[in-house]
Design a protein around this ligand. Structure first.
Ligand code: GLP
Length: 241
């Protein structure tokens, strides 16, 4: 994996935005894999800023998000659909029908997971997948122990992940117990991966990713075998390296 070292969160966000825009200009029909959580908020803020946008068109861009909570509709402000609409999609000229997330309110979540995987496979490869890093090494919602050959599936969220995400819900009780997530093999199938890591809270996870062996107990470790993966990490996250 390539490693780009940056000073702080804002620099990480700016460099990530330049990275994405550069790829988009080279390929206006790019298929972008999107992540949610705190980490990419700055990236999306940069992407919709006047100086980065600067006439960029997303008319032919398609997006595929990593995951969605089960039980939330896209109108629910805690849903990842709502997050993406309000932080990015509503501010760019992308065709909403080209923006894909698993449907959290699908009647049959297992059928929805299968359909989402098929949608990704039928569209060809995701060109650039943006990722954040869970404190326990999860990517998307692939918790420790998820098989590396997993495709899009329904997951029970661990207490650690629900606790980490309680900040968005106000209380742990309100965090859904389950989600639909791209699998690890789905993520690894993308042409290129950009992993964003910021802050001291991620420093142990980042050092484990870089220094330790590849194993299913730490899902992000598989990224080390990807042919084109880059980490952008800030000083606080890199403190043990
Ligand atoms: C969440 C999301 C991931 C995200 C990760 C890190 O649970 N499902 O897609 O990358 O955990 O979140 P954060 O960026 O808020 O630290």
């Amino acid at each position: 994996m390539k490693l780009i070292k940056v000073a702080d969160y804002n620099e990480m966000s700016r460099i990530a935005a330049d990275y994405v825009i550069d790829k988009l200009h080279r390929n206006p029909q790019i298929k972008l894999g999107m992540a949610t959580g705190d980490t990419p908020k700055g990236l999306y803020r940069e992407l919709i800023s006047d100086h980065v946008m600067n006439g960029t068109s997303y008319k032919h861009v398609q997006t595929f998000n990593l995951d969605e909570y089960i039980g939330l509709s896209g109108r629910d402000y805690q849903s990842y659909r709502y997050y993406m609409d309000t932080r990015l999609f509503d501010h760019i000229d992308i065709d909403k029908k080209n923006t894909h997330l698993p449907k959290g309110d699908a009647v049959d979540e297992f059928a929805e997971a299968e359909a989402y995987e098929k949608l990704i496979q039928d569209s060809g490869k995701v060109d650039l997948q943006i990722l954040g890093l869970g404190g326990n090494g999860h990517i998307g919602f692939n918790e420790p122990g998820t098989p590396f050959d997993s495709t899009t599936h329904v997951v029970e969220l661990t207490l650690a992940t629900r606790t980490a995400n309680a900040k968005f819900f106000g209380s742990l009780d309100l965090v859904p117990n389950r989600a639909i997530t791209m699998g690890i093999s789905t993520i690894m199938g993308s042409e290129e991966i950009l992993l964003l890591v910021s802050g001291a809270a991620k420093s142990t996870a980042l050092s484990r990713l870089v220094l330790r062996e590849i194993d299913e107990g730490f899902p992000a470790s598989i990224l080390k075998t990807h042919q084109n993966a880059t980490i952008i990490a800030d000083e606080a996250a890199l403190q043990y390296l």
